[in-house]
Design a protein around this ligand. Structure first.
Ligand SMILES: CCCCCCCCC/C=C/C(=O)SCCNC(=O)CCNC(=O)[C@H](O)C(C)(C)COP(=O)(O)OP(=O)(O)OC[C@H]1O[C@@H](n2cnc3c(N)ncnc32)[C@H](O)[C@@H]1OP(=O)(O)O
Ligand SMILES: NC(=O)C1=CN([C@@H]2O[C@H](COP(=O)(O)OP(=O)(O)OC[C@H]3O[C@@H](n4cnc5c(N)ncnc54)[C@H](OP(=O)(O)O)[C@@H]3O)[C@@H](O)[C@H]2O)C=CC1
Length: 304
């Protein structure tokens, strides 16, 4: 069984504690199963790398020796994360403010990476998200936004990377962070549809792009405590730990180390696959991100 670190030991006097997830000092000190030069000389692009899971992975990749690029919409958040990684790890990621929903901004990002680094080894499609709502009430704009972000945005990034890799004859590796869609996702049907699209897109590309020496995989987190939790109401958050048989939330390190497993030589014979990191949620449990309806909460439909 894995050691679960005692977070009290990581606290540093005066450091602000985020409402959800780890502090920067914790991310800098978390024990890792990997050797410290595992990604030395490699260039890693992480979308949504300014917060949550992407930020955890950015810390880990930098600690393992990679040159890291983090992108997202909000420049200030990216700068703060880049500063923190530089301060704690001694290596500054390149922060690039852009939206993955805009293909021109995606192209400009790849131009910048190839100008500054001359190569890219790994693309991690982590940017994404949704709002919790019953599907019957989705507005058109809300539906379009979630599909555009999670499916179209992820695709623009994949295609841009693959075109660069084909041109350079270099090969490459893609890992997309999706979600646990196996039993559907009540109150998140838009993201379920988009993530299922990414999973089957990835399976298809794994075959099409194998001749280019490009591997394409996905990871599916269950409930992972991160800054992203702010989009969920208190009544949902109060029961997130209950969504899996392990009866706890995962953490960003659980996902970060799984992504590195697929990126590193440990993953060299894995493509087109989906790695689920959910404490068994796929077998038992339900998230109810907008709050559990009475009908599913133990009460009978007549309220008794
Ligand atoms: C994977 C696990 C799954 C859920 C199941 C598991 C839950 C526990 C696990 C946690 C999983 C996580 O993913 S945690 C990570 C969560 N992080 C995020 O979701 C962050 C990123 N999310 C977002 O930025 C937003 O949710 C998203 C809609 C995708 C993009 O917002 P933008 O403002 O950029 O988009 P726009 O194109 O302007 O459109 C906004 C429109 O979306 C709709 N909209 C936005 N918020 C809304 C809301 N609360 N209720 C109704 N509708 C809303 C409205 O129509 C808005 O229009 P107007 O009315 O005109 O404004
Ligand atoms: N935490 C969890 O339990 C789970 C998370 N996931 C997925 O994992 C990924 C990371 O989530 P998490 O770290 O928890 O939450 P965050 O909200 O912290 O991460 C989402 C990231 O995506 C970025 N982003 C959003 N829209 C865009 C855009 N249009 N272009 C570029 N970047 C964008 C955000 O930055 P900015 O706003 O600055 O653009 C942010 O850094 C997401 O795809 C999420 O849905 C899946 C299942 C469970």
């Amino acid at each position: 069984m894995n050691e679960v670190p005692d977070m009290a030991n990581f606290e540093q006097a005066g450091a602000p504690r985020p409402k959800f997830g780890f502090t920067e000092s914790e991310l800098a000190a978390m024990p890792t199963v990997y050797r410290e030069d595992l990604l030395a000389g490699q260039v890693v692009l992480i979308s949504g790398g300014g917060s949550g899971i992407g930020k955890g992975l950015a810390f880990l990749a930098a600690r393992l020796g990679a040159d890291v690029i983090i992108c997202g919409r909000r420049a200030e958040k990216l700068e703060t994360t880049a500063d923190a990684i530089e301060r704690h790890v001694g290596k500054r990621p390149l922060p690039v403010s852009m939206s993955i929903r805009e293909p021109e901004e995606v192209d400009a990002l790849f131009d910048r990476i190839y100008t500054d680094y001359g190569r890219l080894d790994h693309l991690v499609n982590n940017a994404g998200g949704q709002f919790p709502q019953d599907a019957i009430d989705f507005s058109r704009k809300g539906w379009m936004s979630v599909i555009d972000l999670n499916l179209n945005g992820t695709w623009w990034m994949m295609q841009a990377a693959a075109q660069r890799w084909r041109e350079a004859g270099s090969g490459g590796n893609i890992v997309s962070v999706v979600a646990n869609v196996e039993r559907g996702m009540p109150q998140a049907a838009h993201t379920c549809a988009a993530r299922a699209g990414v999973i089957y897109l990835s399976k298809t590309l794994a075959t099409e792009w194998a001749p280019h020496n490009i591997r394409v995989n996905c990871v599916a987190p269950g409930v992972i405590e991160s800054e992203g939790f702010h989009v969920y109401p208190e009544e949902a958050l109060a029961r997130f730990h209950d969504a899996n048989p392990m009866k706890r939330r995962g953490d960003v390190w659980d996902v970060a180390e799984a992504v590195v497993y697929l990126m590193a030589p440990s993953g060299k014979f894995i493509t087109g696959d989906l790695l689920v990191i959910d404490g068994g949620q796929a077998q038992n449990g339900a998230v109810w991100p907008a709050g559990r309806p009475d009908y599913f909460g133990g009460k009978a439909p007549n309220g008794v």
